[in-house]
Design a protein around this ligand. Structure first.
Ligand code: PLP
Length: 517
């Protein structure tokens, strides 16, 4: 049974409206007030999530906030005077917008020369040097993450996504793998169905299995998850035949999907969103590659010749809208991570969603992660707020995107040169770190052995020929697949190694398919 429509369900997004979402650098009070409130979607919470209570230890700190004269013998906080770390220094690269335009970053990722050294000491805030000092960063923190860093992240989220409802909030996580596990546990009871793309990030699948979630892989095309296939699955859902109720959660990677590299158009995003409104699904938008949206690939052009937006406003306007930015109901939980835009070892990210959902994540954080590492938050805070600022962060992202575009161009031009098109094809990715290669299994001499056997044979022949390229089977959600697939990445390999690796895989395909050329 579809629950009775909510009032706001009539406010569907028009999928044919392809006008760019207006990104307002400043969201005024009156704009915020004219936004609707999020729907109450708490019927989606799992039993586990509903049981979570506020930590009593955190309650004790609220008394201190009320009366500053209260002498506390309550919380077991170690004294900062006993922290053995006196100072953290971070030397941070400064990327100017112009450096991307002038092609200062070249294919092997040499960072632009400018640097700034930032220091955090135990008493930096007393000295007036920083709003967030080392005594605070190394101390127990609230489950939201450090408020000084969170303030920056909320403002960034507002600038980039401007969520179109009023009561949204952000909470920090240990990156998107952690965030995923948290929101899965928040929304899924054992035996529940969840929909996701037919090929998915293996950690997503491995995270769902122990929760005993039942996964439905939705067909994909060059734009990622197909909205017509999603609609069909939900519309024709038969509870008796499936042995369970219609899925209440959709997990999706809309930009530079892992493993396929697919990016959803604006129209597709709106169609998927509207379908989730119609059938009352919560959307988990796992979007670590959002800022790695690239300019077009032009065959034969110098791989480093990358178009760069002239200004940060143009950069923002060039980005596809996130699912969060079209969500008027508070049904999207957006997961952002510093892993792909700064460094994975920072283990830091954040979730954006309605207050109600964010409060449940907070209850989970209090008894799990607690908060991201203080050392990481201190470095990120220095980098983002003291070295870069909001505009400087966008400058960094513009440079990063130019660099990944150039790397993508290098890999794709090697594929153009070395792979036999008569037995394989690919879509040039417009975001992310991956190219998805389809190999025409039906033309393979051993096709009678089945798709998986042919894929395995080619994968092993690759290893023998000294190239590691991951087989589609490692990412499969749907049991059956029609073709053989491989995932190649251009993220961290040198231009020369990329070309050599692709040439080797070309040899594997020629030999495997017994081609003459
Ligand atoms: N989600 C997707 C779709 C990914 O491709 C990755 C890649 O590592 C992650 C999440 C992991 O992100 P994090 O390092 O933030 O945990």
């Amino acid at each position: 049974m579809v629950p009775p429509p909510h009032k706001a369900e009539t406010e569907l997004v028009d999928p044919s409206d392809s006008s760019p979402v207006a990104i307002k650098p400043v969201v005024s009070q009156s704009q915020t007030e004219s936004k609707p409130m999020a729907l109450d979607l708490s019927h989606h919470l799992s039993i586990e999530s509903k049981i979570r209570q506020k930590s009593l230890l955190k309650v004790s700190s609220s008394y201190l906030a009320r009366d500053p004269e209260l002498l506390s013998l309550a919380a077991g906080l170690p004294s900062p005077s006993l922290f053995p770390i006196e100072k953290i220094t971070a030397s941070v690269a400064i990327a100017k917008h112009e450096s991307a335009r002038d092609g200062l970053w070249k294919n092997d990722g040499l960072l632009p020369g400018m640097r700034r050294d930032l220091h955090k000491e135990k008493d930096s805030s007393l000295k007036g040097h920083s709003e967030y000092d080392l005594s605070g960063a190394l101390q127990y923190e609230q489950g939201t993450g450090a408020k000084q860093l969170l303030k920056f992240l909320k403002r960034h989220t507002e600038i980039v996504h401007n969520p179109p409802y009023r009561d949204w909030d952000c909470i920090m996580t240990g990156g998107n793998t952690h965030a995923m596990e948290t929101v899965f546990r928040m929304l899924i009871n054992p035996g529940d169905y969840i929909v996701l793309e037919e090929f998915a990030f293996p950690e997503t699948v491995e995270g769902l299995k122990p929760l005993r979630a039942r996964m439905i892989g939705i067909d994909m095309d060059a734009e990622g998850m197909r909205s017509d296939s999603l609609e069909l699955v939900l519309e024709t859902w038969d509870e008796d035949a499936r042995g369970g109720k219609r899925p209440g959660v959709l997990y999706v990677v809309p930009t530079g999907q892992n493993p396929t590299g697919a990016t959803m158009s604006m129209q597709r995003r709106k169609e998927i969103y509207n379908t989730c409104v119609k059938y009352d699904l919560v959307i988990i938008e796992d979007d670590p590659y959002y800022f790695l949206q690239m300019s077009d690939y032009i065959p034969g052009q110098d791989t480093g010749a990358v178009q760069v937006p002239q200004t940060n406003d143009q950069f923002l306007a060039s980005l596809l809208p996130s699912m969060l930015s079209i969500d008027t109901q508070g049904r999207v939980l957006r997961l952002d991570s510093f892993s792909k835009v700064a460094a994975p070892g920072l283990r830091c990210g954040w979730i954006t969603g309605s207050d109600r959902f964010v409060e449940r994540v907070l209850r989970h954080n209090e008894v799990g992660l607690q908060f991201p590492s203080g050392a990481s938050m201190a470095v990120l805070h220095s980098m983002l707020t003291e070295a870069w600022g909001q505009d400087g962060y966008l400058d960094w992202l513009v440079n990063l995107r130019a660099e990944y575009t150039s790397r993508r161009n290098t890999l794709v031009s090697a594929m153009d040169k070395f792979l036999p098109r008569e037995v394989c094809d690919w879509v040039v990715p417009s975001a992310g770190m991956f190219v998805w290669l389809r190999v025409h299994y039906a033309k393979h001499p051993h096709k009678d052995n089945g798709v998986e056997a042919v894929e395995k044979e080619l994968f092993e022949a690759g290893i023998d020929n000294k190239v590691l390229i991951l087989p589609g089977a490692w990412f499969k959600v749907k049991p059956e697949t029609s073709d053989v697939f491989f995932r190649a990445t251009f993220a961290s390999v040198s231009a020369n190694d990329m070309a050599v690796a692709i040439e080797r895989f070309g040899e594997v395909l020629r030999k495997g398919f017994a081609l003459q050329t």
